[in-house]
Design a protein around this ligand. Structure first.
Ligand SMILES: NC(=O)c1ccc[n+]([C@@H]2O[C@H](COP(=O)([O-])OP(=O)(O)OC[C@H]3O[C@@H](n4cnc5c(N)ncnc54)[C@H](O)[C@@H]3O)[C@@H](O)[C@H]2O)c1
Length: 372
C-alpha cells in the first residue's frame, strides 16, 4: 500500500469537505494507496493551527510554499481562493507533486492550459473538483443515454442556481474578483462539466452574462464596484447534434443547491435535481398512454459505488460522500490503475467554455468551441 502525504492549502468549506473525503474514502473503499494528513496551510498561523488540530493534520503552516516544497507531501490539494490556484499548482507541479485542485481550475483559460501542459510534462496526476460527476445516479443517467434508452438525445436544460449572493449586502469576495470571478466560473463551470459528462462535447455557445448587483461592501465595509456576472444564460450546440441551455445564477433567492438537468430523446426523458441527489426521474415512452409517467429511481447498492457506503437502498449519499468517491477515483489514478478521471486538461476545457460564453455575450454572436 503506497502511503500518500496530503498537503492541504485552504481550510474553509472545501478544505473540510476534502478532509472528510480522504477519511471516508480510505474506509469505504479498498484503495491501492493510503492517505496521511501530513500538512495544512492557511492564510495565517492561527487558521492553519486551528485546522491542524480539528482536522487531524500532523503539521501546520501559514506559508503554502513551505508545504509545496515539503518532502513528506506527495499530493498538494488546493482549496484556496481561485486567484491562487495557478501559482500554487505550478509550484507544486515543479516540485513533482500530484495536484488536486478545486474548480474553477484557474482564473483564465490560458493559465488553466499552462497548468495542464506543465502537469503533463511532469507526469504528475491531477484532479479538478467537479464532484457532482462522482454521483452514481448521474453515472446511471449517462449509461442510459449512451445505451440509447431514450433514443438520440435531442434537447438538454442544465442549471446551477443558488442564492448565496442574492443579498446586495453580501460582501465582495474572491468570487467577485474581476478576473476569474463571476457566477459562470463559480457555478456555471459545474453545469458545463455535467452537460459534457452526459452528452459529450459542446461544439458552440451563445451566452448572455449579466451583473445584477453592481456594488457590494468591500473589505472595510465601503461599497466597491463589482463587474462580474451574477446570472448567465447560454445556448449550447453539442457535437452530437443535441441542442440545449444552461443557467448559472447565484441570486436565485430561495435556491440552495439547484444543480439540475433535464434531457429528452424520442423514446424518453430524464430529470435530476441535486437537491434530491439520490433520485433520477425517468420517463419511457412505452406502454399504454394512460399508464405512462415519470418514475423515480432511488440510488442503492445496484448503483456502484453506493453499496460501499451503505447496503440499503434509499438511505442516501450526501455531498461529502461525493468527495469521497472523487478522491477514491483519484487515488486509483495516482496508483496507475485507471486514467485521470477529470484532470487539469479536462478542467482547462471547462475554463475555455466559460471564456467562450463570456466572449459570445460581449460580441453578441455564437462562438465555436470545437477546437478548445
Ligand atoms: N466543488 C465544489 O462543489 C465547490 C464548492 C465550494 C467551493 N469550491 C471551490 O473551492 C475553493 C475554495 O472555496 P471555499 O468555498 O472553500 O472558500 P472558503 O473561503 O470557505 O475557503 C478558502 C480558504 O482558503 C484560505 N486562504 C486564503 N488565502 C490563503 C493563502 N494565501 N494561503 C492559504 N490559504 C488561504 C482561507 O483562509 C480559507 O480557509 C474555490 O476555488 C471554490 O470555487 C468548490
Amino acid at each position: 500500500l503506497r502511503d500518500l502525504g496530503i498537503g492541504l492549502v485552504g481550510t474553509g468549506f472545501m478544505g473540510r469537505a476534502h478532509v472528510f473525503g480522504y477519511v471516508t474514502a480510505a474506509r469505504a473503499f479498498r484503495l491501492p494507496v493510503s492517505f496521511r494528513l501530513e500538512m495544512v496551510a492557511d492564510a495565517t498561523e492561527a487558521l492553519a493551527e486551528d485546522a491542524r488540530a480539528v482536522l487531524g493534520f500532523s503539521r501546520a503552516t501559514a506559508d503554502w510554499r513551505a508545504l509545496v516544497e515539503d518532502p513528506a507531501v506527495d499530493v498538494v490539494d488546493i482549496t484556496a481562493p481561485n486567484a491562487l490556484h495557478h501559482e500554487i499548482a505550478m509550484a507544486a507541479v515543479a516540485a513533482g507533486k500530484h495536484v488536486y485542485c478545486e474548480k474553477p481550475l484557474a482564473p483564465t483559460h490560458r493559465e488553466a492550459q499552462e497548468m495542464a501542459d506543465a502537469a503533463e510534462r511532469a507526469g504528475v496526476v491531477t484532479q479538478v473538483g467537479f464532484n457532482y460527476l462522482a454521483n452514481p445516479i448521474i453515472s446511471l443517467a449517462r449509461e442510459m443515454i449512451a445505451g440509447g434508452e431514450l433514443g438520440e438525445v435531442t434537447t438538454y436544460r442544465g442549471i446551477h442556481a443558488e442564492d448565496y449572493m442574492a443579498d446586495p449586502a453580501t460582501p465582495a469576495s474572491f468570487r467577485t474578483e474581476p478576473v476569474g470571478g463571476g457566477v459562470l466560473a463559480d457555478l456555471g463551470s459545474h453545469a458545463l462539466a455535467t452537460a459534457e459528462f452526459l452528452l459529450g462535447p459542446i461544439a458552440g455557445v451563445m451566452g448572455h452574462c449579466r451583473t445584477l448587483i453592481p456594488e457590494r461592501p468591500g473589505p472595510g465595509g465601503a461599497p466597491v464596484p463589482v463587474a462580474v456576472d451574477d446570472v448567465t444564460h447560454a445556448f449550447l450546440r453539442f457535437s452530437s447534434g443535441a441542442v440545449g441551455t444552461i443557467e448559472a445564477n447565484w441570486c436565485a433567492t430561495g435556491r440552495t443547491m439547484q444543480h439540475d438537468f433535464e434531457l429528452y430523446g424520442p423514446k424518453g426523458g430524464i430529470t435530476f435535481t441535486q437537491e434530491r441527489l439520490n433520485e433520477l426521474h425517468v420517463f419511457k415512452a412505452e406502454g399504454p398512454r394512460a399508464r405512462r409517467g415519470f418514475r423515480k429511481i432511488e440510488a442503492g447498492p445496484s448503483h456502484p459505488p453506493y453499496g460501499r457506503f451503505c447496503p440499503a437502498p434509499g438511505h442516501q449519499l450526501g455531498f461529502n460522500d461525493l468527495k469521497a468517491v472523487e478522491i477514491a477515483n483519484y487515488a486509483r489514478a495516482i496508483a496507475g490503475e485507471t486514467p485521470e478521471p477529470f484532470g487539469f486538461r479536462a478542467g482547462a476545457r471547462i475554463q475555455g467554455l466559460v471564456e467562450a460564453i463570456r466572449r459570445s455575450s460581449d460580441e453578441g454572436a455564437w462562438v465555436n468551441t470545437e477546437t478548445l
